[in-house]
Write a protein that binds this ligand. Structure first.
Ligand code: ATP
Length: 352
């Protein structure tokens, strides 16, 4: 199958384990994000793919060909780093076509190609500028154009947008995504920004502090069906409730029985689990209404941020957060008794 395969990749730096037992298949043409907290091994994994590091164990295959020991410059991958590493003494055009010069491509063709690439990244007309005369966003685009000059088989980006201010960063995210779709080049972006990963990717690879991959899936799959408590907690916010399995479709949380629509396979009675419920799935009702899948508490805080309203319920030792639109705002205020309804379809059961 066409694509990049990582087979049981491990990387140690002395006694430090940077990447642990990573096995992944990244299909062609996708925009993939490696997402995780600082130190989880994202950059190391990207550098292993680029050929800038050698795995301690495992194999890397591209279209079923083993490239584990292929030197970086023979992989034909384009890379953009956080530092950008542009050449300050060269013009924009010379930077963009640098790799073509190394490959001994003629001057006229280099210039023509630089023009095309600069059009692509919306920098037409800047071909003869010096790097020092560019804004941060423009430098970003030059770095991308330079990485794309070799028509890379893979486009690898290590937090290239992290130095930009928030607004420019959002614009560049959109541009990068559109560029990738236009070129249909398989792209891997390293980020610790979950919003960036969730809004840009076809596939998100979530890595954890144990330097393992915890889940790979579409942003929606990962959000709706987190594989474990780490992913549930790291991606967005979630109510995580400790409980035990008390029936084929039932988990008991602090004496309250919750009906569950979908249980993981092979769940034995009395297994300790965590139930994850997204705040926007929790309905808050005033007072203590009887019924199924309900937890009772008092409103400890109401946070109104204009576009949404968050209600915090103190349920005696644990907290439930609900989020609603201003129109669906529950009729409760701080100090009121209230009921949190957790619909069976919204309760995702994770093994603890
Ligand atoms: P960040 O988001 O902070 O950049 P990351 O997820 O990209 O983090 P890596 O840079 O891949 O993480 O680092 C993973 C682990 O490997 C860390 O503990 C780091 O200190 C260690 N590490 C990375 N490179 C080296 C190296 N050259 N020598 C020794 N240890 C290293």
């Amino acid at each position: 199958m066409a694509g990049l395969t990582l087979e049981n990749i491990n990387k140690n730096f002395g006694s430090v384990v940077a990447v642990r037992d990573v096995t992944l298949l990244l299909p062609d043409g996708q925009f993939v994000c490696f997402l995780g907290p600082s130190g989880c091994g994202k950059t190391t994994l990207l550098r292993l793919i680029a050929g800038l590091e050698k795995p301690s164990r495992g194999r890397i295959l591209l279209d079923e060909e083993d490239i584990t020991h292929t030197p970086a410059h023979k992989r034909n991958f384009g890379m953009v780093f956080q530092s950008l590493a542009l050449f300050p003494h060269l013009t924009v055009g010379e930077n963009v076509s640098y790799s073509l010069r190394v490959r001994k491509t003629g001057k006229a063709i280099r210039r023509q190609r630089a023009r095309e690439l600069l059009d692509l990244v919306k920098l037409s007309g800047l071909i003869d500028r010096h790097i020092s005369q560019l804004s941060g966003g423009q430098r970003q685009r030059v770095a991308m154009a330079r990485a794309l000059a070799i028509e890379p088989r893979l486009f690898l980006l290590d937090e290239p947008l992290s130095a930009l201010d928030a607004k420019l960063r959002e614009d560049m995210q959109l541009e990068l995504r559109m560029l990738q779709q236009r070129l249909a080049v398989t792209t891997i972006l390293v980020t610790h920004d979950q919003r960036e990963a969730m809004t840009m990717s076809d596939l998100v690879v979530v890595m954890g502090p144990d330097n393992r991959v915890h889940q790979m899936g579409s942003p929606l799959e990962i959000y709706r069906n987190p594989a474990d408590t780490f992913v549930a907690d790291f991606i967005g916010t979630s109510n995580l409730l400790d409980g035990t399995c008390s029936g084929p479709r039932e988990i008991t949380v602090r004496g309250v029985r919750l009906e569950i629509s979908e249980m993981p396979d092979g769940m034995a009675l009395d297994t300790t689990v965590t139930v994850s419920v997204r705040p926007e799935e929790v309905h808050v009702l005033p007072g203590t209404e009887e019924g199924g899948n309900r937890l009772y508490g008092s409103v400890s805080f109401v946070r109104d941020v204009g576009s949404s309203v968050e209600i915090y319920l103190d349920c005696g030792g644990f907290q439930i957060v609900s989020q609603s639109t201003p129109k669906g705002r529950p009729a409760v205020k701080q100090g009121d008794r209230a009921t949190a309804v957790l619909p069976p379809t919204a309760c995702v059961v994770l093994r603890s």
